[in-house]
Design a protein around this ligand. Structure first.
Ligand code: PAF
Length: 278
C-alpha cells in the first residue's frame, strides 16, 4: 500500500520505522506518465522502500515560465504510484520545503549549469540542485533515480553528488517514448493535436543528426535543424562529450550526446540521444 506524507517529519518518521532497509528516492514534479513509472520500477528493483517525491519546485522556474499552469493532479499520481508499487509519496506544500520563502543559500550549478537548458532558463539548475539536495537530506536514500531525458540534469546531479560528497548512488533510466518517438514528458499534455504532430520533429531531428554523423558535427546540426521543421522554434542543438558536457571539438571521435530543445507552440520540448562518433 502506498502512503502519502506531506511533512518532512512525517517522512523521516516513516523511514525510521524500517531501520536497515535500502531506500530509493524518485524525485518528480508529479503529472506522472510512463517515463516516471519506469523510474519507480527501477527503484523497486534496487530498494526495499521506494519513496517518490511529488513537488513542483518553484525555485527552478523562471519568471514567465509555466509554474502556475504546471499540471498538478496528486490523486491521479497517487493512483499510478499505488499501481507501480511505491511505498511512500512525499508531497509537501511549498511552505514545508521553503518555510522562509526563497532560501538564502542554494546550490550553484557552475559553468555547465549555464549552458543549453541553463542558457535558456537562467538559474534553473541552481533551483533543481537545491531541491534535489534538500530531498536527499530529508529522505537519506541509498539511491536516487533519474531519467535520461533530462540529460543535463543528470550530469549536474552526478557532479553535485561527486563534488559535495553526497552519500547516494545515482541511477539513470533510459528515455521512454510514445509510439511515434516523442519522448514522454509531463509537458506533452500542453500540446493540441496540431502541435502534437509538429512535436514529432524533435525526435526526427535526433534521427537526422545520427544519420549524418559520418559527415561531422556541423552536418549533424544542419540535418537536425532541417528535420525539426520550420514550425518548431529551435532553442539549441548541440553535440556534447558526455564526460564534460561541453561541445565536442572538430574531428572528435568517441562517445557523444546530441541534445535538442525546441518550442512547439508555447511548449518547450527537450530530447537527447547517444551517438558515438568516429
Ligand atoms: O526532473 C524533474 O522533474 C525535476 O527537475 C526534479 C528533479 C524533480 C527537481 O524538482
Amino acid at each position: 500500500m502506498t502512503t502519502t506524507v506531506t511533512t518532512i517529519a512525517g517522512l523521516r518518521e516513516r523511514l525510521a520505522a524500517t531501520p536497515g532497509a535500502r531506500v530509493a528516492l524518485v524525485p518528480t514534479m508529479g503529472a506522472l506518465h510512463a517515463g516516471h513509472l519506469a523510474l519507480v520500477a527501477r527503484a523497486r528493483e534496487i530498494a526495499d522502500v521506494v519513496v517518490v517525491s511529488v513537488f513542483v519546485n518553484p525555485l527552478q522556474f523562471g519568471r514567465g515560465e509555466d509554474l502556475e499552469r504546471y499540471p498538478r493532479d496528486l490523486a491521479a499520481d497517487e493512483a499510478l504510484l499505488e499501481g507501480a508499487g511505491a511505498d511512500l509519496v512525499f508531497a509537501p506544500p511549498p511552505e514545508e520545503v521553503y518555510p522562509e520563502g526563497e532560501p538564502q543559500v542554494r546550490v550553484t550549478a557552475g559553468p555547465v549549469g549555464a549552458l543549453y537548458e541553463g542558457a535558456v532558463r537562467p538559474g534553473h539548475f541552481d533551483g533543481v540542485l537545491t531541491v534535489v539536495l534538500k530531498l536527499l537530506h530529508v529522505a537519506g536514500p541509498d539511491a536516487v533515480v533519474f531519467g535520461q531525458k533530462d540529460a543535463q540534469q543528470v550530469f549536474l546531479v552526478r557532479r553535485m553528488v561527486a563534488d559535495l560528497d553526497v552519500p547516494v548512488r545515482v541511477e539513470v533510466v533510459g528515455i521512454v517514448r510514445e509510439d511515434d518517438g516523442l519522448a514522454m514528458s509531463s509537458r506533452n499534455r500542453y500540446l493540441d493535436a496540431a502541435h502534437r504532430r509538429l512535436a514529432r520533429g524533435v525526435p526526427a531531428a535526433l534521427d537526422a543528426a545520427e544519420a549524418a554523423r559520418a559527415d561531422g558535427t556541423d552536418a549533424m546540426v544542419d540535418a537536425a535543424g532541417r528535420a525539426l521543421g520550420a514550425d518548431a522554434a529551435l532553442d539549441y542543438l548541440a553535440v556534447v562529450d558526455p564526460e564534460s558536457f561541453l561541445p565536442v571539438p572538430p574531428g572528435y571521435r568517441g562517445p557523444a550526446l546530441v541534445l535538442v530543445a525546441a518550442r512547439v507552440g508555447g511548449t518547450r520540448l527537450i530530447d537527447n540521444r547517444s551517438v558515438p562518433l568516429g
